[in-house]
Structures are given as structure tokens and as C-alpha cells.
Design a protein around this ligand. Sequence first.
Ligand SMILES: [Zn+2]
Length: 333
Amino acid sequence: MPETPETTTRTTRDMEPETTTDVLRDLALSRGTLDRAGNERRDEGLLGRLLADPATFVHELRGELLETASGDGGTTRLAVRAPLASDADRLVIDLGRDPAGHAHLVVVADPMEPDSADWSDGSDDAWVGLRESGERLGDEDAGIFTTALALANWHTRNTHCPRCGAPTEVVHAGWVRRCTADGSEHYPRTDPAVIMSVIDPDDRLLLGRAPHWPEGRFSVLAGFVEPGESFEAAVAREVREEVGVVVDDARYLGNQPWPFPASVMVGFTARTSDPTLVLDPVEMAEARWVSRDEYRAALRADEIRTPSGISIAKRLIEHWLGHPVEDVGGRTF
Ligand SMILES: [Zn+2]
């Protein structure tokens, strides 16, 4: 019986209410365009055939870095190579096919250590991390890097069976690990976290600083979704726990995968009628409400630094601010 093709080429646009115009579009890591061709993964001969085909595009992941090259018009693109004989001895994962029909594989050059050290030695800046390159990559490459990193992180952390502790082996073209003792199959997991702009009756934004952050680094609040909890309930709980504020009207704005190591960040905005702050010192060193003018002034005065780059936090702040933070100036983190 033919399998139903997976609908994984859908993007966040498909989740957005049609009548809402102020959602977060084109988040840096939500732009993947490869056809994941998930129905091909059970074919045990798939990786062997693709590795024998010189038309296959291989992305070699070293630590958390992929090789990049300069593209047209100052853009950055991922470098690809043909398969090597030595690839068969490495962890190989099928990422899918591009519109031209090329298969894309990621080959993990060496086992990744959690929070592994940067491979770059300063002499070869073509090897870059996703945080640094995510914004500059095109849609297809951003999706390739995000998926490759998420899967490599999962493999590194799931070498043994959670049921019995025996080693697991890689099957289904890199998308499943199977226990060598009891045959149980284990799938890549993604841990959802909510992240939210909280706004008070005066249209001020709530910013917080975590205890391990340096002075001046402020962002919106975030936290992992707990078992048995909806995203909206997680928004309300995290805000109440961290700063003692009760919110209502949590509204979804967008989401993006966040493979550092295994999350998806689900963005919301929520309102409160009472801005009184009661901080949990374990979770929050400092929190403050800022008006748009105060935020701009604090950035210019270097009193606060703002989230940068690929983060959804930056986009949530800009959604409230009404324009890019780059228009203000100041330092980022
Ligand atoms: Zn087992």
C-alpha cells in the first residue's frame, strides 16, 4: 500500500490565520524548502544508492559547522561536494531533494560533543555556525543547515535505548534509531518552548535578564512547554512564575525550529492588566517595563543590549517596536 507523502514542505505560513496580517513571516530558520521525501526513508538501499551517485549533494558537518561559499550578490550559500568512499563509514542522513531533483545528504564528519568547541581556528572562515550564517543563507540552505544540525544533535544524545540501555543503531536513512536488544524504534524529538512579548495597559514591553546573563542583556521571556500543557497555558505559567504577572489573550505570532540543541520556539504576544512585578530570583535577575521611547533611548545609551540575528526574540521585540532594531542602533547579543 502506498504511504501518504509527508507534508513536511509546509511552512509556518500554513499555520497562520488568514485574517491576521501582523504575524512573524520568514523567520530565519523557518524557511526550508527541500522536499523531505520522508516516504523514501524506509528503503534500506537508499543511502547506498545516493552515496554511489556522483550527482548527490553532500553537506559535511564538522562539529556544529558547515562549509559555506560566497554566492551571487554578496550572499552566502552552503558548499556541497560529491560523495566520497569514506562517507559510508560515517553517520549519513538523507535530507531530501531540491527542486532540480538532487538528493541532499548530511555527513557528520566526527561525533559531536554536546556544546562542542568551535572547529574554526580563525584561519578558515568558510566553516561557519548556524547562528552566524542563518540570516545570510537562502531559504533552501537555511532549512538544510537547521535540519542537519537538529538531527546531528539528536544522534549525539541518543546513542542508547531509553527503555533498556542497550546501544541503538541508525536506520531509515538517519531518521530512526533502533535498539539492538529489544528492537524498539526511537524517533528524533523536538522540545517546544514558548517565547512571548508581554505588554501592559500602557503598551510597554516586559524585558527580563536571566541570572547567568551579563548586566545590560535583556530579552523577552521564554520557557519550555511542560508535559500535559498547551502552548497558551505555558505562556501564562512562565510569565506568572518568572515575574508574578498574570496575562491573558495570548496570541500566536509564529514559530521557528531552534536546534540548539533540540527545540522549536513558538512565539506569542500576551497582555496583562496589572504590571506589578514579583520576581523569582532563581529565574530572573532583573525585569523592567519599557515604553518604545524608553527602549530606543536605553539602546542608544548602551544601557541595554538587544537580541540579534536569527532569534525570534528579536522579531518579537520588533513586532512590538514597529520597526527593525537596527534602525535604533546600539549593541546586540
Ligand atoms: Zn532497548
